[in-house]
Design a binder for this molecule. Sequence first.
Ligand code: ADP
Ligand code: MG
Length: 444
Amino acid sequence: MEEKTKKDAWPDFRSFMQNQCSRVEYENWIAPIQCVKTYNPTTLQVPNVFVQEYLLENYQDVLTSFFSKDKNGKPLITFLIKKEGKERKKSLAQPKKSKESEYKNQFNNLYTFDNFIEGPSNQFIKSAALGVASHPGKSYNPLFIHGGVGLGKTHLLHGIGHFINRHHKKKKLKCITTEGFINDLVFHLRNKSIGNMKKYYRNLDVFLVDDIQFLQNRLNFEEEFCNTFETLINSCKQIVITSDKPPGQLQLSERMIARMEWGLVVHIEMPDLETRVAILQNKAEQANLKLPNQIAFYIAEHIHNNVRQLEGAINRLSAYCHLMHLEITQDVVDNTLNEMFQPPIRSKISVDRILYTVSSMFDVRESDLRSTSRAKEIAFPRQVAMYLAKELLEESLMKIASSFGGKTHSTLLYAWKKIAKQLEVDEILRRQVQMTRQNIETLL
Ligand code: ADP
Ligand code: MG
């Protein structure tokens, strides 16, 4: 037998949720639900099917701990969709969002192009972002930026926003997180004002969307997003999207994936050692911290997979040194940043190891990769090896180049750029390089 729902289950559930979610989430999703029957079965009246879906998708476990469950462990709840007429009255009583507040974007003041430090690994992305901001709708459309956490996606998105606000004052611009878009959609569905929302989004000149991965598995929202997307793109309005994965790896409809691949897809990577040092120096300057160069190198060698952590390191160091009136030395750094340091996995990687792994992946002889042969089937894997060497080794370009049988550092840089560019568009190569990289790193 299933457990009986307690009398106070609904108020208890609501107060639990009030503490559990953000205010916006609570107001949009939970507050509009009414419990019209407490048990046998519990009946919840929701303003639309999205709220029901949202609840079941995100809070099934919470629901079953407050309400009774069926033999499959699912919450024993009946949902009723609120009728149009009643809802309309309610929506009239709702305060309307003002036009200005809708167009107001919350940009982080620090996330400007000027504050974005460039290096070989992100130069291409920054110039693509700048291109889009300079000529919205006229260069790459959509621009799709993907990459791991803390690598500067949101920074670039806001950078585009700041730039357009400054140089194209008349453009109607909206920068929103995917969650914000969904919340907006729910708000308008609840108020039966979806027409206004459509009008608003489809009239934009520039639409900047952060973290599209949160649209995954939200079928109903995806459709509205896709329609907005198509309307804007078809009238040459600029769209920029960020994501933690490339379009093809997102669990979205084929239609949506194809649309996102229409323009330019760029991958943002962790900056190389020199750029990380430049970022540290820049953040130190902002924090009024005197950071000796060799210490910046030391930190950058030990924090190599997230720019946000580089910032965190500076903040921590700055607080410690200011409070304790200390000069920065390696000992001070070791004491304060020890737990943030990541093992230097790359120290064991060598050009030999890269050539060995690339030769087996691309089925060529290692000796050919070291030779001067220009045959395409050898030159291409050699360029991939050079690309990986530059990505994975923390040595100077000159030193790496000389390990490739005396090549110059401009040959190496050329190879790196060529492969980096091709990786943006060539999914098969991307997979090959990814696998080679994994083999290099895991077989150590
Ligand atoms: P993501 O959106 O990719 O998770 P963010 O854009 O939030 O990452 O960036 C994380 C932090 O790192 C931000 O404070 C951002 O300013 C900083 N950052 C990232 N890349 C750079 C860069 N190239 N130059 C300066 N700061 C950067
Ligand atoms: Mg982000």
